[in-house]
Design a protein around this ligand. Sequence first.
Ligand code: SD4
Length: 338
Amino acid sequence: MTDRRKFVRFSLLTSAAMLAGKAISAQRKIEDDEVTYSTLRGQPVVVSTWDFGQQANAAAWKVLEQDGSPIDALEMGARVPEADPYNQTVGYGGRPDRDGRVTLDACMMDENGRCGAVAALEFVKHAISVARMVMERTPHVMLVGDGALQFALANGFRKENLLTVKSELEWREWLKTAKYTPYKNIENKMPGGQYNHDTIGMLAMDNRGNMGGACTTSGMAYKLHGRVGDSPIIGAGLYVDNEVGGATSSGVGEEVIRIVGSHLVVEYMRMGYTPEVACKKAVQRIAKRNPGMKDDFQVGFLALNKHGEYGAFALQKGFSYAIKNGREDTVYNANHLF
Ligand code: SD4
């Protein structure tokens, strides 16, 4: 993993872009301690939350490098952790709610502002693909619970048990001591030191400069049944504006929803802030709304702008993200407020 502060590559890349006749001329506000990362304009790029985003990026990259669309790439990418039984925060194998039910939240957004989402979806591991179908085959944006399941089954998805033995055993252990009280999301605060985080949020740009985003999760572990986080909510867990850029989030969804976080990050980028500073400003807003907070909970944002620049920022230490473009395949630690 790489500490982003050690890398100053923007000027090099900018000169390369200028040589290639593709100079980036937008005005940006750069804060003193900020390092800006860039990929060449017109080159595909995909970024994902957390270190396991690297495997998702690899799958997305196969589509992008063959001229595929961001949405096709992101769906392929997001399906990787969704299918992984060892990933206990996304899809199959995800930690259940406090009633022992695995309920998934997911959404997608494309370059035309079209979007689709599912929330509290049970028994179908590829929530991202169902979200895409909501976008492409219905006049709606979001389907929830039984309605989402009914739609998925009618569209060829298979019903399966998503609760793995490991997740079930942990949940039963949790029941013994937790008094049925849901956790707030912060790394290393669960019994046994397991992580209670790791939604995958992904943003991609193709070689035509078109952008898309995807977000999929099993949500906060041991949540109340029926609880929906930020991840499937357009503007909260994900937002893409093809003229500006995209953003996505991970962490305590309630806090992200309260500030409509991903939309806020995109709007800061529209104002000229770089992705990292835009993420930082959204994080600062959450901190401001929680006076006196320190390590109570985690939220991290990841953003990619129209110039192919990317950045992230979190409340707490420990938020990482993965980037893949034609030259690099790296996991970075995000800077953080506390
Ligand atoms: C949620 N934001 O359901 C998700 C959980 C998460 O890292 O991202 N965890 O609130």
